[in-house]
Structure formats: C-alpha cells, structure tokens
Design a binder for this molecule. Sequence first.
Ligand code: GLC
Ligand code: CA
Length: 558
Amino acid sequence: MKKWWQKEVIYQIYPKSFYDSNGDGIGDVKGITEKLDYLSDLGVTMLWLCPIYRSPMDDNGYDISDYYQLNPEFGTMEDLDELIEKAKKKNIKIILDLVINHTSDEHPWFQDAINNPNSPYKDYYIFKEGKDGEEPTNWRSIFGGSVWEKVKDTNEYYLHVFSKKQPDLNWENEKVRNDLYDMVNYWLDKGLAGFRVDAITFIKKDQSYESIPSDGVDGLAKVTKCARNQKGIEKFLTELKEKTFSKYDCVTVGEAPGVPYDQLEDFIGEKGYFSMIFDFSYADLDVESGSEWFKRRNWTIKELRDRIFKSQLEMQKVGWGAIFSENHDQPRSISKYIKEEDRNYYSTTMLAALFFFLRGTPFIYQGQEIGMTNFERTSIDDFNDLSSIDQYYRSLEEGFSKEEALHIVNLRSRDNGRTPFHWDDTKNAGFSLGTPWIKLNENYTEINLKAEENKKDSVLEFYKKIIQIRQNGKYSDCLIYGDILPLDIDIDDIIAYQRCYENQNIVCVFNFSNKSQSISLPIKSTDIVLNNYDTISITEQEINLKPFQLVLIATEKV
Ligand code: GLC
Ligand code: CA
C-alpha cells in the first residue's frame, strides 16, 4: 500500500550551521524560516531539523536537558511555531530529532538522581556498583573511554553509551517510558509530521551486565555487542509505536544501527516499528566500523555496488528505506566516494543521481546540493566534534603517528559536514555577520549557492532538476514507487539498475570512472529522462558513456 511519506524529499538541517539570523555566530530557527523560499525553490517537501531542544551542547544538542523547550541560542517556541506555520504554507513539513536513549547530565531528572538520596529519578538512569574499585564492566563508550562514570564520593557508576554528559535512560523503568511517550505525543500534537529517531537500537542493554573479551589496546570492549539491538528491544519498540506514532499519521525514520537484514521485517514494513530506517552498510564502507575510524578499508566501486544492491533488495522485500549519502555524522559524499583528482561537475552529479534514484525516500543534507566538500584541518585543536577528538587519541594509542591520526580524523570527522552553509562569497559565506561558532570551509568563495544559482551545469541546478523529475515528472510514479532491479554489468566501475512500475521502466546507468566506457544493453527507445552531459551515444546494443556520465532512459524492460 502506498504511503504519503514515500513521495517526500527530505532536507536535513543542522540548525547550528544553516543560517544565523541575529549575528551571534550560531544558526537558528528564525534563520531557517528566512530561507524557506530557497528550500521551496529547491523542491524539497520536508525538513528534518537536528536537535534544537534545550541543551548544554556537549554533543551539539544530542544531549537534551529539557525536552519541552528550545535551546535559547536556537530561538523560542514562537519561532518554531512560526517556522512550522510558514513552512506549511509552502507545503513543507517539519520533523524533529527524537533523542530518547539518553538525556544530558544536566537534565533535572539526572541532577535529582545524583544529588537527592531519596530521588524518585534514581531509577530513570542506570547505576551500578563498582567492582573492587573498578568499573562495573569493561564496555567502551562510542565516544571513547569506559561507558561508566563514577558518581562523586560514592562507589556508584552511571552508564553512558555516548559521552559522559549523555547518561542513558533506563528503559526497563515503565515510568521513564511513559514520560517519554507523553513528550513524543506533545510534539506530535503540535503539528509535526514526525521524527527522525536517534540511536534507537541502544535502548536495550544486556541485563546481565557482564564484561566481555576486550578488543583494543585500552582493554575495553565494543559496547555495540552488549547494549545495541539486544533481545527484548522488541517490547520497548512495539510499545513506543503503539503509545505514540501509531496514533498519528506521522513518519518515523529510525537511526537503527546493528539491525541485521533478517530482522528488517520487525523494523520496517506494514508491521514495523518505523516507517523507514537508515542502512549504514554503504555509508561506512571506507571503515571497518563507524566507531573505529583508524580501521580503514580499501574499497572498490564493485563493493559499493554490491552493498547498495544488497541493501536495496533486502529493504524491498519487506518495506521502505531512507536513502542518504550524507548526514551530520558523515564526511561529505564527494570527498568520500570520489578521488580528489576526479572531483568535478560530472562526478558530483553522477554520484548525486546514483543515490537519489534508489528505491526509498531520498534525504539531502544541507550543502550537499551545492557540492560542499570536506574541510581539512591541520591541528587537532581545530576540531569541535567530541568523537573526532576521541578518535584522534585512540588512533595514537593504537600506534598511529600524529600525522596519521590527524589524517584519519580529517577523512572521517563529523565536523566535515558541520561547517556553515555557503550562501555566497561574502564574509563568512553569508552565514553570519558575527563570528561563526566553527571555522568555515575555505573553499566557499568558489563553492556557494549564489555562484550556482541559475547557472547551467551547476550542481545546484542539477539537484533541482532531479527533484523535479522524481516529484513532478512524466515518470514520477516509476521513480518513486517502482521496484528496483539491479542490472548485472560485467564492468566493475559501472553501476546500473532499473526502476519498474506498471508499464513504465527506467534504466539508470552510472559510469563511476574517469574513462569512457561502453556497456552492452539492448535499448530500444531513446527517451532520455536525465543526462549530465549534453549528448549520449546509444546504439541498439550499446550505451557509450563518457567519464562519470550518468543517464536515465525510459525504455522497455531489459
Ligand atoms: C546519533 C546522532 C549523533 C549523536 C549520537 C548520540 O548517532 O546522529 O550525532 O552524536 O546519536 O546522540
Ligand atoms: Ca543566531
């Protein structure tokens, strides 16, 4: 059955770095409202805002100290109401980030739990006694060090899967769950279209709380083995859905790392906990694991292709996916997937279309649509992201030199995607009249929105075009709802698939190489739906592709 959210194109905003309306150097909600014309012109239909709730900003808002208030630097509740209302007039929906695995340590619940001996909130978090003066287990936090932090003047520790300023909530406690459900419903009643649900597979911990064999020089062990997607999570997620989401016609996008494909059916599809989830299998193909950046992998285009298709086919079996190549935790896609010497208009647009026309709801991360790139920093002091700093020191511990460690962090740092948006080539790229909270990427004088607007062969205009083709083109049904059918091509750096819907069929071919290449495909019709060059050479048996050429052809099924 078709769902309204399959038709959306979602634009992810990192509010801190989008647009600063009042010159304090920090992007804000009013800044988003001011840019609604741009977003509507781009053609996106929904915005996902990264957390804007009250927060000490240890992890830039993923550490919430009040779920019911905005962080003052982002604005007021009135500002948000205004944004929701004005966006609605432009047919743009809003979803917020839902961070319910943990709160900030500055949340009143946690403060009461550690300061009040009879606190009713003690059981809102996970406290355990130390063992012989040591941490209760050897689990390693995602952001480094032990997951356990000692409570001052006691032998008690609290658990934090992420930073020590992000204590995990105790989902075993029904009161916690009910308080969270009330909060979710409060926001949905406000007229939000739904949520992106943060780190949700971490809510269930292995209840035995035992150490496991260490896997690093620090003697600690992967927390993902003991506190991610553990048995029993189904009870919590079913209840979450029943008591909140299912009462509304809302969309939910789960950040659900650690879900094997054979469990997808529980997470998505008619009976799933969420409308869709992100699959990180191809976003993380340059590293062994998303939380160990120093374990780099040499990957190939063929591998990228295999991972994308595997993911697409598994999702297709049971439901719907969220398609992305960038977000606030990932490096910029061009920098990750395209070699430096090959970065140009053709490779950028080829990459954009490759992801955009996969089956699922496409996400565009701010700045992706103008081709923003990674920003190389020369000193560890220039990083803001706490995981970058941890990965740097962890790399040193694992035996890498300072230069190597810096390089590793530059490739993967979450700060790459968090530099301010490039509006134009004036001071601070037009982002702020004050001093930006984080350094800008120096290439803003070349790569910026103003320079690309209304220009032929600009990445921005290309994005507008692909959004238009998917949303309102002759082949929209096929490109939105159509099945995906991988094409088996025996050239390793060409990726090709078909989208098929009723009597429509679109062949999509992407040359992931800086050389011209031909593939044999029996193409009868020549209705070219999209092409990043002016021409394409197609014979009855062959498609001849120029370097990084992509083409979408409406034709009979091949
Ligand atoms: C998610 C967010 C990330 C955050 C973490 C902890 O992975 O995307 O930015 O640091 O959860 O909340
Ligand atoms: Ca501001």
